[in-house]
Ligand binder design. Sequence first.
Ligand SMILES: Nc1ccn([C@@H]2O[C@H](COP(=O)(O)OP(=O)(O)OP(=O)(O)O)[C@@H](O)[C@H]2O)c(=O)n1
Ligand SMILES: C[C@](O)(CO)[C@H](O)COP(=O)(O)O
Length: 386
Amino acid sequence: MRVIALLMAAGRGSRFGADVPKQYLPLFGRPVLRHAAEALLADGGVDALLPVVPEGEAEAVSALLAGLPCLPPVTGGATRQESVRRGLESLAADPPRIVLVHDAARPVVPRGTVAALLGALAAEVPQDLMGAIPAQPVSDTLKVGAGGRVLRTVPRAGLYRAQTPQAFRYAALLDAHRAAREEATDDAALLEAAGLQVALLPGSESNLKVTYPEDLARAEAALLPRYLPAMGTGFDVHRLVEGRPLVLCGLTIPHPLGLDGHSDADVGLHALCDAIYGALAEGDIGRHFPPSEAEWKDADSARFLRHAAGRVAARGGIITHTDVTLICERPKIGPHADAMRARLAELMGIAVDRVSVKATTTERLGFTGRGEGIAAQAAATLLLPA
Ligand SMILES: Nc1ccn([C@@H]2O[C@H](COP(=O)(O)OP(=O)(O)OP(=O)(O)O)[C@@H](O)[C@H]2O)c(=O)n1
Ligand SMILES: C[C@](O)(CO)[C@H](O)COP(=O)(O)O
């Protein structure tokens, strides 16, 4: 049974009102539509996704969905219904048995939803079932209103709020779309209009559609139980010598001495990399970039931090906060701290208000007190998929 899931991402998000369509905005550092796509695949049973995207954005959406089983994106239309129809038509030459239609703006599909929908359509009895949808019973009292006044109350018994993903026999849904004369707000409505049977399955309050700005925080709250916090620490020391530039937290700082080492010896950045690798339980910087390898001689350590942040992304996680403490008498770090924070934030791809750089002396005690070297310690917190 070939199953294709249409990922509806061709909307402009006008009610949300951001500079970019809401489906591209980050939730825990990853685009809303990426969460939606992964949720469609999590139960198994879906062979490929078919992204339906705004005109000219196929390449950008493909990049956001990299690594997932996807058919080439199809350009959507002016309405959701038109976008779905275009997606369905693109499959006509090699028709699947079943299609799922899902809003890319719904990033929190509970586990088991897709399996339940496919199970309903796979069941032998009733054989007349053409679709299955998740829906929540209405729990508030419903009013009809106009001009700021209540006109009357609508009985809520038997009323449901329809969600996506919705599953359909492909041929039935394509026929319903081709025959449609009026605009429907979901796909099941087109089958209902044709007198076809659609099963009602339990939905979930967490399966919200990001529509207004406040919905992003609600979606993050709903996703949070799927993550576990992780924490790592790092420590590094390099000797101060003549004839080398002083590179600290990604910046070259004017100073008569520089740090000695195999790479550019950026002690702050190395400690931070170790904190991130530590939180991932993926060893340390020396494991990823061995000092025995000539390739890393005098290397710009920015590359190491980009790698560490890339490992977090590859594990499906995000860096939540980092904190670096530089330990030295000279140079004074305060005047450079904000520029260092900005550079580290840029390298890790996170907001600067989640990045701290501070400094301390050791009261002229020890090797840092005597100005023989600089030490750094760092901590990083991550969220990783549970
Ligand atoms: N022409 C359209 C309109 C909507 N959608 C998709 O259908 C889903 C549900 O639509 P909605 O929440 O209304 O999204 P927008 O149309 O983007 O929002 P708005 O109505 O506020 O502009 C979204 O994932 C959206 O990208 C689509 O593929 N093609
Ligand atoms: C398809 C849908 O998500 C089901 O609840 C909903 O109808 C989409 O409505 P919108 O007005 O296009 O957001």
